[in-house]
Design a protein around this ligand. Structure first.
Ligand code: ADP
Ligand code: MG
Length: 666
C-alpha cells in the first residue's frame, strides 16, 4: 500500500539509482509523481484491421505474433517480428532493442501501436503489449489498446517505465479521508488522469484537481487573513475626522469621487495598528498615484517613512518626478540601484524606486509599502523575514481588473478599493486598425498633427532588433522602424525629431533619451513595450503599435493609456500583418472598447484566461490545474470550502510560495 507521502524508493520498480535521479529533479514522493500529469494522450484505443492499414497514421492492431528474431545489420542490433490478424500480416521492426522481443512467444496475442509504412508493409519501432496475462485473463493495458499517457521528458523516467510505475502506484494508492467532490475522489481522479477511460473523464478528473487547488488557495487566503488580524504591529496614524481633509492644497486638481473614496479607505486602514493589506484597482490613467501619495504625505507629516516600489526604473523615476510636483512639501528620494545601506535622511521621506528599495527596507523602516503594477496580489512574507520588528501597511496598485468572484474567493485576504471613474475631461482615445496600404498616409497625418498641436508620439514595436527572433514572422523591430521612420520624416517632415529607446541601450543612453523626451526635445519616440507601464508624457497624443497582434488586450490597453493624459484627444494606431481572422477581430473589438474592465471580460470570454492575466506572467499563471478564467469553478470552490469537514487536509501545499504572494524580499 502506498500513501501520497510514501517515498518513491519504496515503490516496486524504483531502485536506488533511479530514485536518486528522480529526487534530483524534485520527484521524491508518490505525490510528486502522481501530480506530474501527462502532457498529452495518444489514442491507441481503436484497433485497425491489417488489411485496412494506411500510411502515415498512428495505428493500433491486434493480432498474433510470429517470427520474432534478433539479428545484426553491420554493427547495429536489430529486431523484427510479424503480427497477423484474420485480414493480413504486417512486419514489425526495432533497432537496438533486444529485450523487446525476448518474451514474445509464437502465436501469442498482442496490441501493436506505431506508424504504418506501406512501402515496406511494416511498422518501425512499435509499442507492443500482451492482450492476456500469464493466466490467460484479459490484461489491463497501459501502453497500447487504450488512451495512452505521454509524459514530459523532464521527468527522468522512460515513458514505458513511468506508465508501469504509475500503474503500480495507482493500483495500491490510499488517500485517507479522500473526499468525493464533483462525483470523484482524488484517487479516482489520478486514475483517470494517468489511465483515462475516455477523454471526457480526463476533463472531469482535471476539474477535480483544479477544485482541490482552489480549495488550497482559499484556505491559504483565510489563514493569511486570520494571521493578519492578529498582528497589531503596524504604526497607527492620526487621521482627520473627515479623511479627505488630508488631501493637501498643493494638488492642482480635485480628486474624483472614486479617488476620494479610496483615500478614505486607505487612511482608515492606516489609522489602525492591524497592518493594512489592500489592493487599489483603477484603469490606466484613473489616477492611482496621487491616492498613494496622499497616504505617504500624511505618514511623513507624522514623522515616518514610506516606500513606493515600481517594476521599472522609468516608472520609478517618473513617479518620483510627479510626486515631487504634487507634494512639494514631501521629501522624495529615488532609489534605483545598488545594495549598500542608504543614508537615510533625518527628515521623514517617501522612497520611490525599483526592487532596490526592498533591499533597504530594514534601513528605511517604512510604515507603508506600496507596490505599483506588480501584478501580484497578496501579502509579503512575515515581518521577521524582512528584518523588521513590525509589519508595514501594504498597498498594491494595479490596472488589471479582477472579477468580483475571484476577488471574494481567492483574494479574500485583501481589502479592495476601486477607482472606477476617470478624471473629468478625459477623452476616450480614438483607436484605429490601419491597413498597411495607408501607412504613409498615416505617417503624414501624424506628422501634421504633432506639428500643429506641438504634441509627441510613441511608436511601440514588439522587438528590439531583427536578429533576435529570426524564427518568427512579422518581426517588427524598434531599430528598423526607427531607421525607416527617420528616413521618411527627414524627407517629408524634416522638423520632427526622433528618438530611440530600448532595453539594450546603455543605462546612460536610456537616461539621456528619457531626459530629452520629458524636455520635449523628442517628437517621436520609437521604443519597445518597456514603456507599457511607465511613460506619463503630458504632450503625448498619438501612439502607434506595430505588429499589434503580438500584444494581449491588457498590454494594448496599457499602451493606449500612455496618450491623452492631459485631456487632449489621444489617438492609437494599430498596425498588424496578421492574416488570421481572429486576431483582426480582436483588434477591431479593442478599437471599439475603451473600458479596461469590459476589455478584460471580452478577452476572458473569447480566449479563456489567455489575456486577462497575460501581463501577469510573473506569478499569476503558475496554477497547475485551475484556470483563473473559470469563474464558475471558482464560485463552486467557495461553496465547497464552506462545507469541508474539519479534518480536511489540502492536497496542494498551502504554504508554497504562490503567485498570490508579493515578494517582499528578493
Ligand atoms: P494610473 O492610475 O494609471 O497610475 P496616474 O496616477 O499616473 O494614473 O494618473 C494619470 C494622470 O492623471 C497623472 O498625470 C495625474 O496627475 C492625473 N490625475 C490624477 N487624478 C486626477 C484628477 N482627479 N483630475 C485630473 N487629473 C488627474
Ligand atoms: Mg500608474
Amino acid at each position: 500500500m502506498y500513501f501520497l507521502s510514501t517515498r518513491l524508493d519504496e515503490v516496486k520498480g524504483i531502485g536506488d539509482a533511479l530514485y536518486a535521479k528522480l529526487e534530483k529533479r524534485g520527484y521524491s514522493t508518490v505525490k510528486d509523481l502522481v501530480l506530474a500529469v501527462p502532457l498529452r494522450y495518444e489514442d491507441r484505443s481503436h484497433t485497425t484491421q491489417i488489411a485496412e492499414l494506411q500510411s502515415g497514421n498512428l495505428i493500433t492492431v491486434r493480432g498474433k505474433m510470429s517470427s520474432a528474431r534478433n539479428f545484426y545489420k553491420g554493427r547495429r542490433s536489430m529486431q523484427s517480428a510479424k503480427v497477423s490478424d484474420e485480414t493480413g500480416t504486417v512486419k514489425l521492426q526495432w533497432f537496438n532493442n533486444p529485450h523487446v522481443i525476448s518474451n514474445i512467444k509464437d502465436g501469442e496475442e498482442y496490441y501493436v501501436s506505431g506508424t504504418y509504412n506501406p512501402k515496406y508493409k511494416s511498422i518501425a519501432q512499435p509499442t507492443i503489449e500482451r492482450v492476456f496475462d500469464s493466466h490467460g485473463d484479459a490484461k489491463e493495458n497501459i501502453h497500447t489498446g487504450r488512451l495512452v499517457p505521454l509524459y514530459s521528458t523532464m521527468i527522468p523516467l522512460k515513458q514505458g517505465t513511468q506508465r508501469r510505475v504509475l500503474k503500480e502506484i495507482l493500483n495500491n494508492l490510499r488517500i485517507p479521508n479522500d473526499l468525493e467532490l464533483q462525483h470523484m475522489r482524488l484517487v479516482e481522479s489520478f486514475d483517470e488522469i494517468h489511465f483515462p477511460t475516455t477523454v471526457d473523464h480526463v476533463v472531469l478528473a482535471r476539474e477535480r484537481l483544479a477544485l482541490e487547488e482552489l480549495l488550497a488557495l482559499i484556505r491559504r487566503s483565510r489563514a493569511i487573513k486570520q494571521e493578519w488580524k492578529e498582528l497589531h504591529t503596524a504604526p497607527a496614524f492620526e487621521i482627520p475626522a473627515k479623511p479627505t481633509a488630508a488631501i493637501p492644497a498643493s494638488i492642482p486638481f480635485s480628486l474624483t469621487n472614486a479617488q476620494q473614496k479610496s483615500v478614505t479607505e486607505i487612511l482608515k486602514d492606516i489609522s489602525q495598528s492591524e497592518p493594512m493589506n489592500r489592493l487599489l484597482i483603477g484603469d490606466v490613467g484613473s489616477g492611482k498615484t496621487v491616492v498613494a501619495g496622499i497616504a505617504c504625505n500624511l505618514i511623513a507629516e507624522q514623522n515616518k517613512n514610506s516606500a513606493i516600489i515600481a517594476p521599472t526604473k522609468i516608472l520609478a523615476t517618473q513617479h518620483a518626478e510627479s510626486l515631487v510636483k504634487l507634494f512639494p512639501d514631501l521629501n522624495v528620494e529615488l532609489v534605483t540601484g545598488g545594495r549598500k545601506p542608504l543614508e537615510v535622511p533625518k527628515e521623514p521621506t517617501l522612497f520611490v524606486g525599483t526592487h532596490a528599495v526592498i533591499n533597504r527596507l530594514e534601513n528605511i523602516k517604512p510604515a507603508l509599502v506600496i507596490y505599483d503594477e506588480q501584478h501580484r496580489f497578496g501579502v509579503g512574507q512575515r515581518s521577521a523575514a524582512l528584518g523588521l520588528s513590525y509589519m508595514p501597511h501594504i498597498l498594491t496598485m494595479s490596472a488589471t481588473p479582477i472579477p468580483r468572484s475571484l476577488m471574494l474567493t481567492i483574494f479574500s485576504h485583501l481589502q479592495l478599493s476601486v477607482i472606477d471613474e476617470m478624471p473629468a475631461g478625459r477623452l476616450p482615445t480614438k483607436t484605429w486598425l490601419v491597413p498597411d496600404s495607408k501607412r504613409e498616409d498615416s505617417y503624414n497625418w501624424m506628422a501634421k498633427n504633432l506639428t500643429k498641436n506641438h504634441a509627441q508620439a510613441i511608436v511601440v514595436c514588439p522587438f528590439i532588433d531583427p536578429s533576435e527572433h529570426l524564427a518568427f514572422e512579422n518581426v517588427v523591430s524598434a531599430t528598423e522602424t526607427f531607421e525607416a521612420m527617420s528616413a521618411f520624416m527627414r524627407q517629408q517632415h524634416p522638423g520632427l525629431r526622433l528618438g530611440l529607446l530600448h532595453g539594450r541601450q546603455k543605462k546612460t543612453e536610456q537616461s539621456s533619451v528619457i531626459k530629452d523626451l520629458y524636455a520635449g526635445e523628442i517628437d517621436i519616440l520609437v521604443t519597445t513595450p518597456m514603456v507599457e507601464v511607465g511613460l506619463d508624457l503630458k504632450r503625448a497624443s498619438i501612439i502607434v503599435i506595430e505588429a499589434a497582434e503580438r500584444f494581449g488586450m491588457a498590454s494594448l490597453h496599457q499602451l493606449r493609456g500612455r496618450v491623452g493624459r492631459a485631456n487632449q484627444q489621444g489617438y492609437c494606431l494599430l498596425f498588424s500583418n496578421a492574416n488570421g481572422m481572429s486576431s483582426k477581430e480582436r483588434l477591431e473589438a479593442f478599437s471599439k472598447e475603451n473600458n479596461g474592465l469590459k476589455l478584460a471580460e471580452l478577452d476572458l470570454k473569447n480566449r479563456g484566461s489567455g489575456n486577462l492575466f497575460g501581463t501577469m506572467q510573473h506569478g499569476f499563471s503558475d496554477l497547475q490545474f485551475a484556470d483563473w478564467a473559470n469563474l464558475e469553478l471558482i464560485g463552486r470552490a467557495q461553496k465547497t470550502y464552506e462545507e469541508l469537514p474539519n479534518d480536511w487536509e489540502p492536497l496542494f501545499a498551502t504554504d508554497r510560495k504562490t503567485t498570490t504572494e508579493i515578494p517582499l524580499a528578493n
